[in-house]
Design a protein. Sequence first.
Length: 263
Amino acid sequence: MTSSTPVAPISRPAFTLAVDCGGGGIKASVLDAAGTLHAPPLRVPTPYPFPPALLVETVAEIAARLPPAGRLTVGMPGMIRHGVVVTTPHYVTTAGPHTRVDPALAELWAGCDIRAALERRLGIPTLVLNDAEVHGAGVISGTGVELVLTLGTGLGSALFDGGVLAPHLELSHAPIRRGTTYDSYLGDIERARLGDPRWSGRVRRAVEGLRPVFCWDRLYLGGGNSRRIIPQALERLGDDVVVVPNQAGIVGGVRAWELRSLV
């Protein structure tokens, strides 16, 4: 090849199937390269018990109800490394979040190459990340240190530096006070028990406690419960904290393919 030989552009699939797997529900849609939805989002309840094979079949059933796509992005709770599940908090339980852990399910999920299983079943290139990481891909600017916290069944997190995804940390499992993790302190059960005003105070205290740890340039609060934070609490958090729509968990399915990673 000479220097004057034109280089063919990299071919990109026209459509991406983006699936956001949560503790209580699974949402999905098909998007074009610009991140525009080409079908109304579908949502189905997360079925329990939920072994890996059932997740694969659930995604396949959802895909059959949506327009064809050339690639698949899946965001799911837990620590995912290179498409392999290290841990997942909800899918190892008998009946969903905060129920008994089933040792047999925990064994099935630990070390499961869920990316490879989905690729085999759907026959398209697949990317599997932590759900907060996909969420973050949909909202970050790519400039400076950006932290994403998702508030839903529990707490999700993702950290980016200059648009580069850092290794995943299960911040949700860290203690915020004696005997209490961030997951339980900020999770939906506590929000429902306390009411939005008192729970919003907890969010503010958690954010201020994390500020000197990360020294972020921008913090994004997402997930289904981010809209529950009362305006007074948001005002006290400062201009470097932004609430973003939960839709980012779907829209990020396209941009996630462009992420560079430190791992």
